[in-house]
Structures are given as structure tokens and as C-alpha cells.
Design a protein around this ligand. Structure first.
Ligand code: X6L
Ligand code: MG
Ligand code: MG
Length: 171
């Protein structure tokens, strides 16, 4: 079994519904269970700032899928939910990024794990640390400059969730 941490984001339409749809689809992948999730945060856009605010959260999955198959599944789920890639760093209904996969370091054409810029993004770090405070030690070890960002800047608690089952059921 593998443990994967994924960042999820949406800044178009019914943002919370898209995050839930992503969680339901991830939980339905073969050999995969949504095992923990963060609160939902509303976050100021970074990279390309002239767009609507995001909802961001982090999912922890237990999965028998290898990392590259999980990546393909994430890209498929983004497309099924209706993602259209136009402007780089632009608005999207659903973005799913693999942050961590076990304790592995990997770099292929398709995938780099840990996500190379995760330590610079409060919208990733705050929900990630909420799902597992023990990850702080891992982040400090893997990213010498950690944290590369003010963890209180541009991020507001939007909604707390009672657990994976409640979220999947729409509560
Ligand atoms: C300089 C240059 C500083 C580029 C930052 C940061 C670029 C993040 C892209 C950057 C830079 C990104 C989300 C977002 C995006 C999201 C929020 C990206 C890719 N995705 N903003 N911007 N949440 N709040 O999920 O992360 S585009
Ligand atoms: Mg992203
Ligand atoms: Mg992405």
C-alpha cells in the first residue's frame, strides 16, 4: 500500500462541488481509499493573479496504484470534471497535484515528487500540515528553505469537514 498526498484546487463555478466530485472519483479508483482530508481554504490566486479566488484542500489517499498511474488517474478525473487547459496558471474547475508519494523522491518526464514548488505555496502547505502535522519534519528535511512563504498570507479557513465519509456524502 502507498500513501499519497494530493493538493486539490478549484476557482470556477461551484468550487466546493468540484472538490467533492474529485474526492468521490479518487475514492472510486481501484485499490484506492480517501483516508484523510483537510479543511477547505479560500485562497488568493498566485502565479497569475487576475482571476477568481480558489478553494484549496489536501487529500490523503491509501492506494495500491503506483505514482505514475495515480497521476494518469488525476489527469483523467480533471478532464471528466470538465477541465479545459487554456491559459497557463489560469482558471480551472479542478486541479489535482501529487505532493508526496510515500517517502519517495522521483523525477520522470511526467512527474516530480515531492512537488518541487510545494514549500512556496501556503495554499498547499497549510492544508497539508493540517492533514498530518508529522509531515513538518519531512518538509524541513527535504526543503532546506522551508517554509518559503508566509503561512498566513492569502489564505482563509472556508469550511471544516467532519471526515472523508461526511465529505463524500455532501455534508
Ligand atoms: C512567481 C512566479 C511566483 C510564479 C509564483 C506560483 C506560479 C504558483 C504558479 C509563481 C507561481 C503557481 C492555484 C493558484 C495556481 C491554486 C491558488 C501555481 C499554478 N493554482 N493559486 N495558482 N490556488 N491560490 O490552486 O500553483 S496556478
Ligand atoms: Mg496546481
Ligand atoms: Mg496541476
Amino acid at each position: 500500500m502507498n500513501t499519497a498526498y494530493l493538493s486539490a484546487g478549484s476557482n470556477m463555478g461551484d468550487r466546493e462541488a468540484y472538490l467533492r466530485e474529485a474526492a468521490v472519483r479518487l475514492n472510486s479508483l481501484p485499490g484506492t481509499e480517501l483516508d484523510r482530508l483537510s479543511s477547505i481554504y479560500e485562497t488568493d490566486p498566485v502565479g497569475f493573479e487576475d482571476q477568481a479566488p480558489f478553494l484549496n484542500m489536501v487529500f490523503r489517499l491509501r492506494t495500491s496504484l503506483p505514482a505514475e498511474e495515480l497521476l494518469d488517474a488525476c489527469l483523467g478525473i480533471e478532464a471528466e470534471i470538465g477541465r479545459v487547459r487554456t491559459v497557463r496558471w489560469g482558471p480551472r474547475v479542478c486541479d489535482l497535484d501529487i505532493l508526496l508519494f510515500n517517502d519517495e523522491n522521483m523525477e520522470t518526464e511526467k512527474l516530480t515528487v515531492p512537488h518541487p514548488r510545494m514549500h512556496e505555496r501556503a495554499f498547499v502547505l497549510v492544508p497539508l500540515l493540517e492533514t498530518d502535522p508529522g509531515i513538518l519534519a519531512t518538509l524541513k528535511r527535504r526543503f532546506p528553505g522551508f517554509p518559503g512563504v508566509d503561512l498566513e498570507d492569502g489564505i482563509r479557513l472556508y469550511k471544516t469537514i467532519q471526515g472523508p465519509a461526511a465529505f463524500l456524502e455532501g455534508k
